[in-house]
Design a protein around this ligand. Sequence first.
Ligand SMILES: [Zn+2]
Length: 208
Amino acid sequence: MTKALLLIDIQNGFCPGGNLPVAEGDAVVPVANRLIESRAYDLIVASQDWHPANHGSFASQHEGKMPFDMGELSGQPQVMWPDHCVQGTADAEFHPDLKTAHIDYIQRKGENPAVDSYSAFRDNDKAALTGLSGWLKQKGVTALDIMGLATDYCVKFSALDAVDMLPDVKVRLIADGCRGIDAKGVEEAIEAMRRAGVEITDSSMITA
Ligand SMILES: [Zn+2]
C-alpha cells in the first residue's frame, strides 16, 4: 500500500490577507503540518494555483465584469475571480508556515490563460491533464488523502477527478483540513464528493 497526501492550494492568495481569501484558510496549515510529520504517508504532494497575469478567470480580463460575477471561459460558466496567485508573486507562494521541505512533488495548475483549472488533475474543460494522475500511477499510489483550499472549488474538483481518473485508488477527504468560500457550497461539495465515492474523514483519525 502506498499512501499519498495531496495538499490543495495552501497558498497565501487563499489565506487571510491574500487576494482571494478563504475565511480561516490559514487554519488548515497546522493540520497539514501535523499530517506531513505524522509518517502516515509515503508521499506528500501539493498543488499550486499558478496563473499568468492575464488569466481568463480574472474579472480584470473581462470588460464590465466585477469579481464574483458570473461570466464565461472555455465555453463554460465561470466565476470571475479577483486577480490571484499570479506566477512569481507572494500571493502564489505557499503559506510561509507550511512545511514545504517535506513535499515530494508540486503540481502547478491554471497556467493556460484560456481555461481555468480547479482540479489538480486537469483543466475545467477536461481537455488537458496536468500530469498528476500519471505521477501518482507511476509511484504506485493506492490511497490518496486530500485536504486544503477551497472545499467548494479546487478541493472538490480534485477529489472528484481523483475517483474518476484513478479508479484503483482509495480516495478520502480530510474534512477538518479544508475551508471553503461559501457555506452552502461547502455542504453541497461534501455531499457531491461522498456520492462519488470519496470517504469523508477527519485528521484525528489518521495515525502513522
Ligand atoms: Zn485560480
